[in-house]
Design a protein around this ligand. Structure first.
Ligand code: ADP
Length: 520
C-alpha cells in the first residue's frame, strides 16, 4: 500500500468515526461541516437535508468554524436557483474554480470581485440507499482554490455523511413513534398494563395507578392476580389462546387502595413491544354501567309492584262500577266508563309487555303454558282493537279454520302478541283500510296471520323491525316506541314458535307467527 493510499484510508476512517458517533441530526450536521472545512480547507460550508419529496427540511451553515443562523426559505432559494439545485438535479458533484464565471453559481452581493464572498466552490450530493438525502457545499474566498482531489475527498465525506444522516433521521422517527406511543399509553382514559405471560406488571399507565390508588411507578412490583380477583390459574388456562393472537375479555374486580373494589371489564391481548412476548391489559371501568343496571332493576321492580298492583285495583274497581251502575245512569255514564276501562287495560298491556321484554331477554322461560282455545283468543284480541277499527272506519275480517286445535301458550302473553299485530295493522293503515286475522293448522303448529292493505314495509326492513326501538322513517308516522314487534318476537320464540313479516310496498303487510298445537 502506498503512503498516499494509506493516508487517504486513514483520513476516511477518521471522518467516518467523527460522523457516526452521534445520532442527533443537528450534531451530525455540524460534524459534517467541521470535517469538510477541516479536511478540504474551506472558509464556509453548508449542508442541506431533504425529505422524501426533495424539499429542504434541515440545514446548517458554518463560517470560519462557527454555525450561523439561517431559515428554511434561504435553503430553498439556494436549492432552487443555486449550484446545490444543479447538483441535486444532476446527482453529480461540481467544482467551480471561479464563481463569477459560472452561471450555476447564485451570486450574492458579497461574492463580487472586490469583496470577501465565495470565489471558488465545491458542491456534492449526499446519496444514501439510492435517495438524495442532502447536498453539501464548501466555498473559499480565493478563485482556483479547490482541485479535483478536493472534489473526490468532499464526495467521500458526503458518502459517510449520508449514512450518518440516514441513521439520525431513522433514530428521530423512532424516537417520535416511541414518544407518541408513550403519550397514548399514559393519556389513555382506561387503565392499561403491560405484563409478561405470568402476569407480572412491567409497565402501568397513570390512569391505572389513579384507579387502584397506587403511588406513581409503584405497580411494577405487582402481578395482575394481586390486583384483580381472577380465578386461580385463569391466565395459564388462556395462555394458548393469547399466544395464538386471540383477545380475551373478562369481568373482574380491581382491588383498590381507595376502598371497595372497582368492577372492570378486562381486555387482554398479546403485543410485540420488544424481545420478550408481553400482554396488554386494558381495564374498562364498569362502575357506571353497574350502577345503571342496578337502577334499571329497581325501576323494573318499581313498575312491577308499584304500578301493576294499583292498576289492577283500578281495573277491578271499574268493573265493579260497571256492574253496580244504576240502569238509569247507564246511558250517560257508560261511554265514560268504557273509555276509562279501555285506557287502563291498554296501560296494563304496555306495562306487562315492558316486563316481559325484560324477563325474556334475561332468558326467563315461559312457565304458565296451558291449552288455549284459538277462536276465543282471536276474538278477545279483536275486541281490544275494535274501537280503533271503528273510529277509522276500517273493515276487520276474522277467518279461523273450523275445529282448529288448541295451542299451548301463556294466554295473556300471546293475546298481547296478537293485539300488537292488530294494533299495528290499524295504526299504520289508512281510514277505510282492510284488515284480516287468519288462523289455520299446518302440521303440528297453528299459524296465525294478520294482514293489512296499508303502506307496506320495504324488503330491507322486514327483519330489522323486529329489533328493539326500530321504527321506519316515514312522514307523519303514528306514535310508537318501537318495542311491540321486539316483544312479539321474544314471546313467540319463547313459545317455540317463529314469527316473520312479508310485504309489498304500497300494497300491505302480512305478519305471520306459529305456535305448537297443545298435546291432546
Ligand atoms: P311501534 O309501532 O311502536 O313503532 P313496533 O315494534 O310495533 O313499534 O313496529 C316497528 C315498526 O315497524 C313501526 O314503527 C313501523 O314502522 C313498522 N310496522 C309495524 N307494523 C306495520 C304495519 N302493519 N304496516 C306498516 N309498517 C309497520
Amino acid at each position: 500500500m502506498t503512503d498516499v493510499t494509506r493516508s487517504s484510508l486513514e483520513l476516511l476512517f477518521a471522518i467516518s468515526r467523527e460522523l457516526t458517533t452521534d445520532l442527533d441530526l443537528h450534531t451530525v450536521l455540524s460534524r459534517v461541516l467541521a470535517s469538510s472545512s477541516k479536511y478540504v480547507g474551506a472558509e464556509r460550508a453548508s449542508v442541506i437535508v431533504l425529505n422524501e419529496q426533495q424539499e429542504p427540511v434541515e440545514g446548517a451553515i458554518i463560517v470560519h468554524d462557527r454555525l450561523v443562523p439561517h431559515t428554511v426559505d434561504q435553503l430553498r432559494t439556494t436549492l432552487e436557483h443555486g449550484l446545490a439545485g444543479w447538483v441535486m438535479r444532476n446527482r453529480e458533484g461540481a467544482l467551480i474554480q471561479n464563481t463569477s464565471l459560472d452561471d450555476r453559481w447564485l451570486r450574492r452581493p458579497d461574492d463580487a470581485a472586490e469583496k470577501s464572498g465565495a470565489k471558488s466552490a465545491i458542491c456534492v450530493p449526499i446519496i444514501t440507499r439510492d435517495r438524495a438525502v442532502g447536498v453539501l457545499t464548501i466555498v473559499h474566498p480565493v478563485p482556483d482554490f479547490f482541485n479535483e482531489e478536493h472534489l473526490a475527498l468532499l464526495q467521500a465525506i458526503a458518502d459517510q455523511a449520508g449514512i450518518a444522516i440516514y441513521n439520525a433521521q431513522l433514530y428521530d422517527s423512532l424516537q417520535g413513534a416511541h414518544r407518541r406511543y408513550h403519550e397514548l399509553f399514559e393519556d389513555s382514559i382506561d387503565p392499561v398494563w403491560i405484563t409478561d405471560f405470568n402476569g407480572s406488571i412491567l409497565e402501568a399507565n397513570r390512569q391505572s395507578e389513579r384507579m387502584s390508588g397506587h403511588e406513581p411507578n409503584s405497580l411494577g412490583t405487582h402481578t395482575a392476580s394481586d390486583m384483580l380477583d381472577l380465578p386461580p390459574g385463569w391466565l395459564d388456562e388462556h395462555r394458548p389462546a393469547l399466544e395464538g393472537g386471540s383477545e380475551i375479555s373478562q369481568e373482574a374486580q380491581l382491588f383498590s387502595h381507595h376502598g371497595s373494589p372497582v368492577p372492570v371489564e378486562v381486555h387482554i391481548r398479546k403485543v410485540d413491544t420488544g424481545t420478550v412476548p408481553t400482554l396488554q391489559w386494558i381495564l374498562r371501568d364498569l362502575s357506571a354501567r353497574k350502577a345503571l343496571d342496578a337502577l334499571r332493576d329497581d325501576l323494573m321492580a318499581m313498575i312491577y309492584h308499584d304500578l301493576r298492583s294499583p292498576l289492577s285495583n283500578i281495573i277491578s274497581s271499574l268493573d265493579m262500577l260497571n256492574m253496580l251502575m244504576p240502569a238509569a245512569d247507564r246511558g250517560t255514564l257508560q261511554p265514560v266508563l268504557t273509555i276509562a276501562q279501555r285506557s287502563s287495560e291498554r296501560m296494563q298491556r304496555l306495562i306487562s309487555t315492558l316486563l316481559d321484554i325484560y324477563r325474556l331477554e334475561a332468558g326467563q322461560v315461559v312457565s304458565g303454558r296451558y291449552p288455549v282455545d284459538v277462536i276465543t283468543l282471536v276474538h278477545e284480541a279483536v275486541d281490544a282493537v275494535q274501537p280503533v277499527v271503528e273510529t277509522k272506519n276500517q273493515v276487520l275480517h276474522i277467518d279461523v279454520q273450523p275445529e282448529i286445535p288448541q295451542v299451548l301458550a301463556d294466554v295473556d302473553m300471546i293475546r298481547r302478541v296478537l293485539i300488537n299485530l292488530l294494533d299495528n295493522a290499524t295504526k299504520y293503515n289508512s281510514y277505510h283500510g282492510e284488515i284480516s286475522v287468519i288462523a289455520r293448522t299446518i302440521g303440528d303448529e297453528v299459524e296465525f296471520s294478520v294482514k293489512d292493505n296499508g303502506p307496506g314495509i320495504p324488503p330491507v326492513a322486514l327483519q330489522q323491525i323486529f329489533d328493539k326501538f326500530t321504527r321506519l322513517q316515514v312522514e307523519r308516522a303514528p306514535k310508537g316506541l318501537g318495542l311491540g314487534l321486539a316483544f312479539c318476537k321474544l314471546a313467540v320464540n319463547a313459545h317455540g314458535g317463529r314469527i316473520w313479516a312479508e310485504s309489498r310496498v304500497n300494497e300491505g303487510s302480512h305478519f305471520i307467527f306459529t305456535l305448537p298445537v297443545a298435546p291432546a
